[in-house]
Ligand binder design. Structure first.
Ligand code: SF4
Length: 348
């Protein structure tokens, strides 16, 4: 007879094997009375949405070194925050990050609300993030379900309903297991189990504290779970980007509108993106087309950008964008797709 999975077994495992993460107060430090800084927990959770732990670490460290508190972040220039976020993707998160920091600084005296509802009312904080911050920062029993937790729940209960339809039932399963004691550690323990033991491929069941309670282990179905509905094929959109350099080395860039994809980020002026992009040169010039196109995949489509380059004289004015002196231009401030275009144009 299989045992029921118990939070206590997982917490015991977590006490010995918790990952060391720059935003985390580990179980030993927590038991000794140290409490996590809600600012760091919130910042890490926003950064981790759609992004992996290794990708987030250097950004998290750079952000917290430059803006050690939420009040510091609230006082930052928009352009500095967008530039520091460049490369992390999903740029709406960065805009909401700033909005949220300013609400916390101005309306809450620089202190994050210590309740699920209070957190949920903040800009850019959805149910998942509110639950994660409530549990991790404030030890409020909240059900926290990310991709790792969904995988663990589907396997422990041998649940074969495909995702995303299975989300509500997996959430119920996760809620039923969430303990009243140490909910913050428990939330992190399930995430760690999914990230290090119950991994998408080749789970290390031999090391798993829940093996005796795992229905998928008993049935031998671990590798099939969680089931996923077949993905829709992403369409391909095309566009043209114009990379103009003035003879003194300045580059012609424009800040994209706040709303929409890459909103608020610097980029190369260009056409709309679609099936048949129309020419939209930002300045009169002799444009050369470089052979390689910049390719990038967004959540809902693949983009192929044709790249045109030109060298322009000092006295020519653009109809879009502004020239940025070469000493002020940092390619690292560009979002990834624009950075790819730059690298290709520079090498082409
Ligand atoms: S026994 Fe294996 S499949 Fe089951 S929860 Fe543990 S690692 Fe995952």
């Amino acid at each position: 007879m299989r045992d029921a999975p118990r939070a206590a077994e997982l917490l015991e495992w977590y006490d010995r094997h918790a990952r060391d993460l720059p935003w985390r107060i580990g179980p030993r430090a927590r038991a000794a009375g140290l409490r996590p800084d809600p600012y760091r927990v919130w910042l890490s959770e926003i950064m981790l949405q759609q992004t992996t732990v290794p990708a987030v670490k250097p950004y998290f460290e750079a952000f917290t070194a430059r803006w050690p508190t939420v009040v510091d972040l609230a006082a930052a220039e928009d352009a500095d925050v967008m530039a520091a976020w460049a490369g992390l993707g999903y740029y709406a998160r960065a805009r909401n990050l700033l909005k949220c920091a300013r609400v916390v600084a101005e309306e809450h005296g620089g202190v994050f609300p210590a309740s699920h509802e209070g957190l949920l009312a903040l800009p850019g904080v959805g149910p998942y993030t509110a639950g994660a911050v409530a549990a991790i920062a404030f030890d409020i029993p909240a059900t926290v379900v990310d991709g790792n937790v969904e995988r663990v729940m589907a396997r422990v209960h041998d649940e074969h309903t495909p995702l995303p339809q299975a989300k509500p039932v997996l959430t119920e399963m996760a809620a039923a297991l969430t303990p009243d004691a140490r909910p913050g550690d428990y939330a992190q323990a399930v995430m760690d189990l999914g990230a290090t033991i119950c991994t998408p491929r080749n789970p290390a069941c031999g090391l798993c504290p829940w093996r005796g309670a795992c229905a998928a282990w008993e049935a031998g179905t671990m590798a099939e779970l969680p089931k996923k509905a077949p993905k829709k094929r992403k369409p391909v959109r095309h566009g043209i980007a114009y990379l103009a350099r003035r003879v003194d080395g300045a580059w012609l860039l424009e800040r994209r509108p706040d709303k929409g994809l890459l909103g608020g980020m610097l980029g190369w002026p260009g056409s709309d993106w679609g099936d048949d992009p129309q020419e939209a040169p930002p300045i009169r010039a002799e444009w050369k087309t470089i052979e390689a196109e910049a390719r990038h995949t967004f959540t809902h489509f693949h983009l192929r950008l044709t790249l045109r380059t030109a060298l322009v004289p000092m006295d020519r004015a653009p109809c879009r964008g502004d020239f940025i002196e070469s000493s002020d231009f940092r390619p690292g401030d560009l979002p990834t797709v624009m950075r790819k275009a730059f690298d290709l144009a520079r090498g082409g």
